[in-house]
Design a protein around this ligand. Structure first.
Ligand code: 7PJ
Length: 287
């Protein structure tokens, strides 16, 4: 059984189906707010603070539930961003958005960025390295933020060179279980955790598809809400043959597949369109 709520700083979201007869639960929409000048999806369109703020305002109008701020590009082959540059990009935006009425998540694996983001008012930390660093776990234990613990094989520089698993689903479950146990023993409450198989992070298309087919199993095994992020990713391009700027329809289909597997949080670029797709799904399935 999933915890009843996902606790996320100043916010609390119900995680169980409202209607017990239905296995479906309306997923939360996490909108991606990239402030990387080299962001491959937004083409650097939202590089300045003002543009990022207006992008956030648009997402709120479109029905976003959580805003995920990312300062460092983690596309395959990307090189790491220096700490001071990431702080300069992310922290002013957290301050600017802290009272926007929606929880602010920060996509970072650096403990220093986590600490400053929490001081600035962030409600959630989304770590693509799954809180591997003990300093990260210390920062988190001293706070009340929600967490996303993601699986990645290797690191962004090398992860797509030769992804390899004997059993990808079993290995992702084992990894996430270990990281979540570590967090729980450092004092983090279970209802602050969400988990993510990490689509595209050290995975072939076949690995990604197998994980998508097993979201419900992953969620049931760990009894934690699954966050799924496939929006505009290479896997969508590989299936549809479309470049990144034409992957919205494929991304919507993937989001619905994740939702039908019970995913509780969908991390997406196209908030308005995903909200509509979820509404149609709900109208048919959750009555
Ligand atoms: C993910 C992420 C993801 C979580 C990125 C991109 C690359 N965080 N940060 N899950 N992806 N939790 O958005 O294409 O899949 S950055």
């Amino acid at each position: 059984m999933l915890p009843t709520f996902f606790e996320c700083g100043r916010f609390r979201f119900p995680m169980k189906p409202v209607n017990n007869a239905s296995t479906m639960c309306k997923p939360l929409i996490m909108g991606i707010l990239n402030i990387t000048p080299d962001s491959f999806s937004d083409g650097g369109k939202f590089s300045s603070l003002d543009h990022a703020i207006s992008h956030a305002e648009q997402m709120i109008e479109d029905g976003v539930d959580i805003i995920d701020i990312g300062g460092e590009s983690t596309r395959p082959g990307a090189v790491a961003l220096p700490l001071d540059e990431e702080l300069k990009r992310v922290i002013p935006l957290v301050y600017a958005l802290r009272d926007c009425g929606k929880p602010i998540s920060v996509d970072t694996y650096k403990p220093e960025v986590m600490r400053e983001a929490i001081i600035a008012g962030a409600d959630m930390i989304n770590d693509i390295r799954g809180f591997a660093s003990s300093q990260a776990r210390e920062v988190i234990a001293d706070s009340d933020v929600g967490l996303c613990v993601m699986h990645m094989q290797q690191s962004p520089e090398t992860m797509q060179q030769r992804p390899s698993y004997a059993n990808v689903t079993a290995e992702v479950i084992a990894f996430l279980r270990e990281r979540c146990d570590q967090l729980l023993s450092s004092g983090v409450e279970k209802n602050r955790l969400s988990i993510d198989p990490g689509f595209g992070f050290g995975k072939t298309l076949e690995h990604n598809i197998e994980l998508l087919q097993h979201i419900r199993l992953i969620q049931d095994e760990l009894e934690l809400p699954v966050l799924a992020g496939m929006s505009r990713k290479t896997m969508i391009g590989a299936i549809t043959g479309k470049p990144v700027e034409r992957r919205m329809a494929g991304s919507l289909a993937a989001a619905l597949m994740a939702m039908s597997q019970g995913a509780r949080i969908l991390r997406v670029h196209d908030v308005a369109e995903t909200v509509d797709a979820v509404r149609v799904w709900q109208a048919v399935n959750a009555t």
